[in-house]
Design a protein around this ligand. Structure first.
Ligand SMILES: Cc1ncc(COP(=O)(O)O)c(C=O)c1O
Length: 425
């Protein structure tokens, strides 16, 4: 009757209760903002505990971590990191980031994405994740709305809520390869909207937006005097379509670009990212100041990792082509194999390393997409993420699969998925 939920809460008949410690004191209350946090990508791992205890094999297709598979951190970056530590670069660095790294980011953005910025426009963060937190911390007041694509990368939803804001998703259309519904976006701008988010290439759908689409989104932002937040972490991981940075499309609309080293430079566990601000007429000065203050309160990003990241940006980039080529094979295999399974249908991702199939029978054979994901895990060890974790409306009845593992591993996982669907558990 009592059971333990997330965050150590104790429930009785579905109600959260305070737990007596036995010395007359009740358990320490947790804030609603903390206990309500959701991050479906990692929340699903809770269900693997029993399976691991029973030595069951788990196919980890839930986390987008290239370094956990056969996409290893380039040796030159590992050497640069070890060298930085050995030569005593172990101090606190400036809160905004090391000048050499901010300079290297400005060069990279010019060279790769044709964006004109200076080192002063760049702030270094402990991964984009910290950047999202700081940025929304500087934008969102109680009741403010943030518009983001549905489905979206979950922290945009969770941090908006964390700061007492209201997440609002605009539709992306599955049969158009998950391109944004521009009319829906326009309709959803209200007096309370504070920013429009785009994620390009998109997680979880793999959609890549062309110049026209990015411009249409920026135009809506411009008409409504809103900044655009563009998450471009997969900028160099596109297959056929070229990537267009939101900072390269117009000079009039204020944009904040989030990017990082996790996916392209395979430094996920080192935790490093950056954001830059590009706008006219001091539009973004107060916002940048609000983020800089948060940079100072958390002191600095990891100094030796910043030195290694500088080496990453200034060194040869040919390994990126190789990553894209290998990912493309895994993308093609996943797209073909998943569409062969009766009851599964999927679009072809144009970038990143996620595929987002629709699963038939949810609501009938399985209560919802989370029930499907958990049942699949228990029966087969295949761990994927429920689509509703990326948006309760536009993501439901889907699941996100990471196609980073080698094809032989993917094949085993997809065979198990097919078997599971056929057996109808
Ligand atoms: C769109 C997007 N943004 C940000 C992140 C997290 O990036 P970081 O490792 O830099 O915190 C991810 C990770 O999956 C992502 O998919």
């Amino acid at each position: 009757m009592f059971y333990y939920g997330l965050g150590g809460n104790v429930y009785f008949l579905g109600l959260r209760v305070l737990w007596s410690t036995g010395n007359g004191m009740s358990g320490i209350k947790v804030t609603k903002r903390a206990s309500n946090i959701e991050y479906a990508i990692r929340d699903v791992t809770i269900y693997t505990k029993d399976l691991i205890a029973n030595n069951r094999k788990i196919y980890n297709l839930n986390i987008g971590d290239p370094a956990a598979f056969d996409f290893k951190t380039p040796p030159s970056l590992k050497e640069a990191l070890c060298q930085a530590i050995a030569q005593e670069d172990n101090y606190y660095s400036p809160s905004e980031g090391l000048p050499a790294l901010r300079e290297a980011v400005a060069h990279k953005e010019k060279k790769i994405n044709n964006v004109d910025i200076t080192a002063d426009d760049v702030l270094v963060t402990e991964g984009i994740s910290e950047g999202i937190q700081m940025l929304l911390g500087a934008i969102v007041e109680k009741g403010d709305e943030i518009l983001f694509p549905g489905p979206t990368y979950p922290p945009y939803i969770s941090y908006t809520r964390f700061f007492d804001g209201t997440p609002v998703s605009y539709e992306t259309i599955e049969k158009e390869n998950w391109q944004p519904n521009i009319d829906d976006l326009r309709k959803k701008v209200t007096k309370k909207t504070r920013a429009i988010v785009l994620i390009n290439p998109n997680n979880p759908t793999g959609a890549v937006y062309n110049h026209k689409t990015v411009k249409e989104i920026l135009d809506i932002a411009g008409e409504n005097d809103l900044p655009v937040i563009s998450d471009e972490i997969y900028d160099q991981l596109t297959y056929e379509k070229p990537f267009v940075s939101a900072a390269n499309v117009t000079t009039d609309v204020p944009v904040v670009i989030l990017n990082g080293f996790s996916k392209v430079y395979q430094m996920t566990g080192w935790r490093l990212g950056y954001m830059y601000f590009k706008g006219k007429n001091k539009h973004l000065d107060a916002l940048k100041d609000g983020v800089e203050k948060q940079c100072r309160i958390r002191i600095c990003a990891n100094t030796p990792v910043q030195i290694a990241a500088t080496a990453a940006l200034n060194g040869p980039q040919d390994f990126v082509k190789d990553i894209v080529e290998r990912l493309k094979q895994r993308r093609d295999f996943s797209h073909k194999r998943l569409n062969e399974i009766e009851g599964v249908s999927t679009t072809k991702p144009e970038g990143a390393f996620y595929i987002f199939p629709k699963i038939e029978g949810i609501g009938k054979r399985w209560k919802d997409d989370k029930d499907f994901v958990i049942s699949l895990l228990k029966a087969t060890g295949v761990l994927i993420v429920n689509g509703s974790g990326f948006d309760p409306v536009y993501g439901k009845d889907h699941a996100r699969i990471v196609f980073l593992p080698p094809i032989s591993e993917l094949e085993n996982a997809y065979n198990a998925l097919e078997d599971f669907i056929k057996k109808g558990q």
